[in-house]
Design a protein around this ligand. Structure first.
Ligand code: GLU
Length: 276
């Protein structure tokens, strides 16, 4: 049975790009008798606004979607800690004190998510009495796992290349865990068999596949869908005034019609799905 999920972070209202993601994930499951899950990714400390979870549920109802809800990330911190401890005791994490500015200044490589961590703290004697982040030593991890593969339903078989993102943070200085660790653990705990999300997270999957191998987690398939772009060819974003689903809903727009337009590939003037 196919199990998919929609995993929004409650740090801003949803927009039409999120509706595309939710409708695709919903239909991939429901059209084959599978399950579509909602998971609230509320691990983002200060930026998280719990009241948005209810807004998201109202948005999904308005779109005519049906889902089963699984535990929010804030209730799963112990599982993230345990996984991080396991990786630490295997010698695969190292503490890091660098600020964003330090990294920007020292980086020589740029990956799909910005500057690749230059390894400043790797092997350094770090004072653990102050808050630190914990990074994965990707080279050491890859030596442990050997070559890995994963399958995207649209893009086909991929060789995992976690080095593209480098030694990403798994436990954050200011929050319990990073997106990479939390989402990987949750997808396994929730029994997700088809991780459905936008292409902007394609590169993150290389890291997630590595974590699955290290933590002995089941390996799902992925479906990284094309993103909805605005008239300037940019991803929709609240900060660029993309209308929120909540605004559209409250102004009386027909959510079921919007969901059916998404299925037909019809979008408001100026918006289009990214091409390959
Ligand atoms: N919480 C992430 C977001 O809102 C989505 C992560 C995922 O689907 O894996 O962008």
């Amino acid at each position: 049975m196919i199990v998919t999920r929609f995993a929004p972070s409650p740090n801003g209202s949803l927009h039409l790009g999120h509706a595309v993601s939710a409708v695709i994930a919903h239909d991939l499951a429901k059209n084959t008798g599978g399950r579509f899950l909602l998971r609230i990714e509320d691990i983002d400390g200060a930026r998280s606004r719990p009241e948005l979870a209810d807004e998201f549920r109202a948005d999904l109802r308005w779109l005519g979607l049906e889902w089963g809800e699984v535990a929010a990330q804030s209730s799963r911190l112990a599982a993230y800690d345990a996984a991080a401890e396991h990786l630490k005791s295997a010698g695969l994490l190292y503490p890091c004190q660098c600020t964003r500015a330090d990294i920007k200044a020292a980086a020589t490589q740029f990956g799909p998510e910005g500057p690749v961590y230059p390894g400043t703290c790797k092997g350094a004697d770090i004072d653990l009495s102050a808050p630190v982040a914990w990074r994965i030593d990707v080279d050491a991890a890859v030596k442990r796992t050997g070559d890995l593969e994963w399958v995207d339903q649209l893009a086909g078989a991929q060789n995992a290349q976690p080095q593209e993102l480098g030694d990403v943070v798994l436990m954050r200085k200011d929050a319990p865990a990073s997106y990479h660790l939390a989402a990987t653990i949750d997808d396994a705990a929730d029994g997700v068999s088809l991780v459905t999300r936008g292409r902007d997270l394609f590169a993150a999957t290389h890291i997630h596949r590595l974590l699955q191998a290290l933590l002995d987690l089941p390996v799902p398939q992925w479906h990284h869908h094309h993103l909805l772009l605005d008239e300037d060819g940019r991803k929709l974003a609240k900060r660029r005034n993309s209308p929120s689903l909540a605004d559209m809903r409250e102004s009386g727009a027909d959510g079921a019609k919007i969901a059916s337009d998404i299925r037909l590939g019809c979008f408001p003037i100026g918006m289009s799905l990214q091409e390959d």
